[in-house]
Write a protein that binds this ligand. Sequence first.
Ligand code: 5GP
Length: 215
Amino acid sequence: MVQKGPRPLVLCGPSGSGKSTLLKRLLKEFPDKFGFSVSHTTRAPRPGEKNGVHYHFTNVEDMTASIARGEFIESAVFNGNMYGTSKQSVDDVRCTGCICVLDIDVEGVKQVKGTDFNPLLVFVMPPSLEELERRLRARNTEHEESLSGRLEIARKEIIYGQEPGNFHIIILNDNLDKAYAELREFVFKNVEEKERASPFFEDAEGKVRRKIRLN
Ligand code: 5GP
């Protein structure tokens, strides 16, 4: 995939690290500047989750076929369910001129790393595994088996996340306001400065558009 428009932003981190909360805050503060890439998943919707908003909810058969047709940038199996970023979802954001934001796991990060997708990679670190477990339990969205699977994956993700060179920044989420301020600063510095050189970019349809400003 040829990179068009602003550089995408990837948020990764263990389930319960707070990355979705940080992401929601960024989208709320800058609704015209960032757009969420809606992933596909085969897991069942949680109460309140809307199809096409939080995820495109699908099934194994359809998703496997779609991946085989080359319609996905990346895909992974997380805790027994399939997740993936379709090219269409990314293009849907890019054609608005917004910065595309992805919430994906470590396996997805490994796939997009080094490709011409060229995202900025953020790893959100929980303060400890104990705190992660406490947050996941308090969220009350997972049954015991899913919860222990998520904690097992978290251990591996934390090791990968902390290895030097795997991410552009590691944000410790021991305090939401502090973590958000760090994310915001990183985004301002890296997205905007790199985009400043030219005020225009080509969108997914090949149209020349003016780049957005973060302030
Ligand atoms: P959840 O079931 O809690 O919504 O998500 C579980 C994990 O799947 C999270 O770590 C989330 O970042 C990851 N995830 C969500 N969408 C995608 C995707 O499109 N690709 C990949 N590789 N992981 C995803």
